[in-house]
Design a protein around this ligand. Sequence first.
Ligand code: COI
Length: 349
Amino acid sequence: MSVSIDPAVAASLRGFEVPEKLGFGSVMAPVMFRATCQDGVWSGGELVPYAPLSLDPAAKVLHYAQSCFEGMKAYRTAGGVSLFRPERNAHRMAYSAERLCMPAVPEPLFMDGVKTVSAYCANLIPANSGESLYLRPFLIGTQPDLSVSASTSYEFYVIASPSEAYHAGNMRVWVERDDARAAVGGTGDAKVGGNYAASLQSIARLKKRGFDQSLWLNPGNRHTVDELSGMNFFAVMDGELHTPALNGSILEGVTRESLLMLAREQGYTVHERDIDIDDLMALVRSGTCSEAFACGTAAIISPISVLGDGNGLYELSAAPGPVAERLRSALLDIQEGRSEDAFGWMVPV
Ligand code: COI
């Protein structure tokens, strides 16, 4: 690795205590990785103390949202520290960057970033099952210029947060029939900040009604299920697993793909298909749909206990159903080193 280490890093790490109560994404590790790109040429990376960024107020990211990110996790296992399928995140970040006319972070630089931060923060990785070091790589356009054009300069960072699972516990989910998080031909399948900004008003509205997350419908037909904000959607019907097929407005989740692989390996019949929301509600009401859950890197698997919309509330089990529980255990057992990594997903740092 050609990463330079700022001499102040050691002192930042020495003085840092991991608090007992972690939550998700609120405790920040005291170091971060940084690399810059000017006119398409990348610098080497450096590990530096975690600190506020200095940005010109005219930086493109602040006005035209040239910003994409990833979510991934480092785990402490018997063999040391490992990352889960980091190449999938590197590829997705390259896709997101291209969609926003940003230069892809070269894969070796991306790997340097996530591995260096994980290695230096090894002692901050929580020991409890379901907890981990959440890594947040992100890329921003920094050129100070108000014309609407791609930035000529970029900064890539990896920050880290010892975290519990996001949204651990069951979720009350509201079917969002009015707003859309993504547009036809838009950026729904890229991991860009704007998709999340577009979801916030809906979430603020539904929280007042006692719900936790919006279930987004496809922006083209307004009738089939896309995803939740930051999580993919699964339902279990007659013992078979159903998830919306990738369609350009759904984020291709690494956890989604991994669960599909695990489920197939465990003998489940799996359907990637369009799921009509009214059919889904009817199947929940009749009991044919016995489980629904959300999945994502941050969330792992969160059971959905209620699906609601203007027409009524449809209750599912508040506890994770047997399928969700089996898949969650199988995934965590691989990530936390308790079972054989048959797919070769874990990458030592
Ligand atoms: C992740 O699961 O890593 C995500 O990016 C979701 C996040 C917005 C909480």
